[in-house]
Ligand binder design. Structure first.
Ligand code: ZN
Length: 1041
């Protein structure tokens, strides 16, 4: 390349074997007398010592040949042998002579650029060799010689891989020299040199100091102009690399806030927007679009959310804490959402190292049980919560033998229930509310009976259907008319019971209005709901629309159409405006503010968790006043998580009142153009550069003037739970099923936290039957500690319904276990539309180590109850806490295993000496067999330090429950099994709850009474014949778990 005489006999084996040039070979041979030095080292040494020109040129040729033929490995080998230093030295020596010999300098510079590109320390080495300013000097001498200038620029660029070297160059005015070489296309002779200059300029900007200097000298404006010119003169896409490199410069220059505001002031956003629009139709120019879009997003000025305060609209005085204590330091609350998810790391790909560090590797902490957090005397209070242990079953004939036949009809015959005291009372209550709703109750709490409520209802579409015509007409009649006309046909749901339950639900806002879907009920839609297919460039399209807000502010309506804190807006939102109407002042609703942006576009702001200023992710609100068949864009602009399944096929859910009244009461997955991305909003007080994320989706409503509800996931309110429990209690045959609803404790707002007991009544009062009952192992199930995880409630609903059913497996389970169920550990959070916390702004699933009885009563007493079972020698056989998972697909379990944790953590402890019952895997393996949504591969049984205060770990460690689990259900759908590619519906969630219970049977394989009816239902669960009922046969059964 540099000389005509090419060495031909060279072979690369890591050392130099032979050399074609006799004089060099002689020289090399002389040096090779030192046995340890390789041929390459000899070459490099000769190079540094600057022999005669011809020799040096030969060596450079050899090196170039070497490197151009080979892979990076050769370059790294050369670097390890001091190649960079040798080249730098040669550069310095050659350039210092009176008239530098460019025959030598050019190949040296070329090689340096090549080697330096792979040498991370090249900058430091260059500084040490005093080559940095030498190279800059060479550049200055050759500004007019584009070939030489380009060679210098390449080397300067590699020097800048070290920020300190870049800074040194900047301090010596390198920015000016390099910038002057970036000329517009009209003046450019050699585009290669311009490209080298742009690249070198970008490299110089790796130093913040240089960035500041560049901004100060107005280079941002210069770069923008150059970009526009090169872009305009690029009809044949020849200059794309220069345009790309200029965008790269701008990216670097805008790494400082000064740089970003300079770009905005210099009209950069508009320029980038315009130039990008012309790229969209040009496939080749595609490579400019993404960096330009990212640049616009990055520089988009931060806009504080239009809120008077980031704090939740709701505050609640906490026992022992001043009311506004949490408002003083909002920053303290921001720290908490970084570890927001339950069982996962917040980062998309958690650092392996961090993950291992998080594993508990202290054997004693894994194997010894800590002291209880309270004195034993305090546990006696929980004995009441085990009525099954004291109950005398007087209503059973002590002489009768168990009846074999099923007599399900008896539950329709009301006489028998009345013999059981507790049941009788609740039955009478609910019968009352069914036959004649108490008008007083309805007036104060029920559906829309107060003054505001009436106005509100009037605005709704279903007023035409059966809303009271006159104010005198009671609301109960409206409900009656609705039900009469449209019928209530949803299994296990009774709208009147719902009203009754809601009337007793206490809330800070004193909710008096019901969301229609909760009241009316939901049936899963018939067909499957595939994950949404994401169209290419959706995010880009949305960002362009967002950028237009900045460029054409006059097009933005920017009108607040709903504000949780301003009731007057609801009154004015009549049909004279063409805005949508929003509402969320109902249980689990949490829309704080809606802003009309463009004709068919709205920004939505979610309320923070009560007593907190963060945790916005869950949403549930009503929207009405729509025009049919028009796509409306909704932007939830204050989401907090850094990524979401909304980017991977998940859709929000929608419920239409019109559809419901036409016989389709479905929450359905809805929305197109769904995208989740970081936006330009920041907290209203502008804290610490925190960013928010936008969830955007577009909904085209089917009906004119419908009333619709939109939610993050299928809502499930506290009142829904309460009414469901009542329905369930009525559905069971009290002679066969022992079903008790008790109150574990009251929540901070005074709502009861229910505890359910389900087991089989003994066949008779014979001692052996009572003895069998009282010795059944316990299973404790809990759910909904995180209010935003409504999927957990649907899973629990499936468990409860199954356990109360006449399915033979359910019967066997009731005979085999006493099930204790706390279906909602965080009622207050659910009621107030929280996403993560309780009213004390605590994540209740981080309170189990030392729960505070005043602030976290449900956790304190749930733990107390478990301690009690422990203290009477009835430690549960299984504990499971149901959760929802926002970033993974499928359903899976987290459990606890000492051995697996030690193995994974790389602990040197010899686990062979540790005894561990492998039974902790049985349920997961059974679920993998029987539950279509379940994925064993997503399970793990590791004990993490960061989870030390979760229910799963505390119940395992402190109560000694071997099978202590968190069961996670996706918000999205499955990527395996028969539901692959489908979004999860309530039916699948309920099925999961049923499957979990079914899997419990596998634990009692050896003790249950087998009969043919059971066998036909339980074969798969018990793995009796895996081929028979295996609906997962397409799964690889041979995976070793
Ligand atoms: Zn959770």
């Amino acid at each position: 390349m540099y000389s005509n005489s090419k060495p031909s006999l060279f072979t690369w084996t890591g050392t130099l074997k032979e050399c074609a040039n006799p004089s060099m070979a002689a020289q090399s041979r002389a040096s090779m007398a030192v046995p340890s030095s390789s041929g390459l080292e000899v070459l490099l040494k000769t190079l540094q010592n600057a022999g005669d020109v011809e020799n040096t040129l030969n060596i450079l040729n050899v090196l170039d040949e070497l490197l151009s033929a080979g892979t990076d490995r050769r370059i790294h080998y050369m670097i390890s042998k001091g190649g960079s230093e040798a080249l730098l030295m040669a550069l310095v020596n050659t350039s210092r002579s009176y008239s530098p010999n460019y025959t030598l300098l050019l190949p040296i510079l070329h090689l340096l650029a090549k080697v330096g590109h792979r040498d991370r320390k090249i900058g430091v080495k260059a500084e040490k060799a005093e080559a940095v300013l030498v190279t800059l000097g060479l550049l200055r001498h050759n500004l007019k010689n584009s070939r030489r200038a380009a060679a210098c620029l390449w080397v300067i660029r590699v020097y800048c891989s070290s920020v300190s070297t870049a800074t040194v160059l900047g301090q010596n005015r390198a920015l000016d020299d390099v910038f002057n070489l970036i000329v517009p296309p009209s003046a450019a002779q050699k585009t290669r040199t311009v490209k080298a200059a742009v690249d070198a300029f970008a490299a110089l900007l790796s130093s913040k100091e240089n960035c500041r200097m560049a901004v100060g000298k107005g280079y941002i404006s210069g770069l923008l102009k150059l970009y526009e010119e090169w872009h305009m003169h690029d009809s044949e896409n020849q200059h794309l690399p220069i345009c790309q490199a200029l965008l790269h410069c701008l990216h670097r220059a805008t790494n400082t806030s000064l740089g970003r505001s300079a770009l905005v002031t210099d009209g950069g956003i508009g320029l980038l927007y315009r130039t990008t629009q012309t790229c969209l139709s040009n496939k080749a120019a595609e490579c400019l679009v993404e960096p330009a879009v990212q640049l616009m997003r990055k520089c988009y000025p931060k806009i504080p959310l239009p809120l008077p305060s980031d704090c939740s609209v709701f505050s609640f005085p906490l026992p022992g804490r001043p009311v506004d204590a949490w408002e003083d330091d909002p920053g303290a609350h921001y720290a908490s959402f970084e570890d927001d998810s339950d069982e996962e790391q917040e980062n998309e790909e958690p650092d392996c190292r961090d993950f291992e560090d998080d594993l508990e590797s202290d054997v004693s902490r894994l194997t010894t049980r800590p002291e209880p957090d309270r004195p034993r005397e305090q546990l006696q209070q929980y004995s009441e919560l085990c009525p099954e242990l004291q109950h005398d079953f007087q209503d059973l004939d002590s002489d009768s033998e168990p009846e074999e036949s099923s007599d399900d009809e008896s539950l329709l015959n009301g006489d028998s229930e009345e013999k059981i005291n507790g049941r009788k009372r609740s039955r009478v209550n609910s019968m009352n509310s069914l036959s004649a709703p108490d008008p007083e109750t309805l007036n104060s709490h029920g559906m829309n009976l107060d003054q505001d409520g009436r106005k509100y209802l009037k605005a709704q579409d279903f007023r035409r259907l059966s809303c009271p015509k006159s104010p005198e007409e009671g609301h109960s009649s409206m409900v009656d008319k609705l039900l009469e006309k449209y019928g209530a046909f949803i299994p296990h749901h009774d709208p009147r019971l719902y009203i009754d339950a809601a009337a007793h639900t206490k809330s800070i806002a004193n909710y008096s209005i019901l969301a229609f879907p909760d009241f009316w009920g939901h049936l899963p839609p018939r067909g499957p709901e595939p994950m949404a297919v994401r169209k290419p460039h959706v995010q880009r399209k949305k960002v362009f629309e967002d950028v237009q807000r900045l460029l054409c502010p006059e097009d933005i309506i920017n009108k607040v159409v709903f504000d949780m804190e301003d009731g007057s807006l609801e009154c004015t939102s009549d049909s004279t405006t063409d805005s949508l109407r929003f509402f969320s002042k109902f249980e689990s609703g949490n829309l704080r503010k809606a802003i009309h942006i463009r004709r068919y576009e709205y920004d939505l702001i979610l309320n923070a968790d009560v007593n907190s200023s963060s945790h916005h992710q869950w949403f549930y609100f009503e929207v009405s006043g729509m025009v049919a068949d028009v796509p409306y864009r909704f932007n939830v602009i204050n989401c907090e998580k850094s990524n979401s399944q909304f980017n991977y096929g998940m859709q929000p859910v929608l419920y239409s009142v019109r559809e419901a009244l036409e016989g389709r009461p479905h929450w359905v997955r809805a929305g197109t153009e769904i995208c989740y991305y970081r936006n330009h909003f920041c907290p209203s007080r502008g804290q610490r550069g925190q960013s928010f994320y936008t969830l955007t989706f577009t909904v085209t409503f089917r009906h004119e003037e419908d009333v619709c509800y939109l939610a993050y996931h299928y809502p499930y309110t506290y009142s829904a739970l309460q009414s469901h429990l009542q329905v369930l209690e009525r559905s069971v045959d009290p002679r066969k099923v022992f079903f008790r609803q008790q109150t574990l404790c009251n929540t901070l707002t005074g709502n009861a936290c229910p505890l359910i007991t389900i087991t089989a009544c003994p066949p008779s009062r014979a001692w052996r039957h009572l003895h069998q009952l009282r010795n059944r192992p316990y299973v404790v199930l809990t759910a909904r500690v995180h209010p935003g995880e409504s999927n957990a409630s649907w899973v629990m609903r499936g468990s409860l319904e199954f356990l109360c059913s006449s399915d033979p497996v359910a019967e066997s389970l009731r005979e085999a276990f006493i099930l204790k169920i706390i279906p909602m550990l965080n009622p207050d959070g659910v009621i107030h539309g929280n996403h993560r916390c309780s009213l004390s702004a605590d994540d209740l699933n981080r309170q189990w180590l030392k729960p505070n009885p005043d602030l976290s009563p449900t956790i304190y007493h749930a733990k107390g109850f478990l301690y009690y079972l422990n203290s009477i020698g009835r430690t549960p056989m299984v504990f499971c806490d149901y959760h929802g998972h926002s970033r993974k697909k499928n359903v899976f379990l987290y459990g606890c295993s000492v051995k697996e944790t030690l193995w994974q953590s790389g602990s040197p402890v010899n686990t062979a000496s540790i005894k561990e019952d492998p039974g902790y895997r049985t349920i997961a393996k059974t679920l993998d067999r029987i539950a279509p949504a379940f994925s064993f591969n997503s399970c793990n049984f590791l004990v993490e330090k960061s989870r030390a205060s979760t229910a799963r770990v505390v119940v395992w460690r402190e109560m000694g429950v071997l099978r202590s689990y968190t069961m996670e259900s996706t918000y999205n759908g499955c990527d395996q099994g028969i539901y692959k590619g489908l979004q999860t519906g309530t039916q699948e969630l309920e099925e999961t709850g049923q499957n979990f219970c079914q899997s419990l049977l596998a634990l009692r394989k050896n003790t249950i009474n087998y009969n043919s009816r059971l066998l036909s239902h339980a074969a798969a669960i018990l793995d009796l014949d895996s081929g028979l009922l295996d609906h997962k046969s397409h799964k690889n059964q041979h995976v070793v778990h």
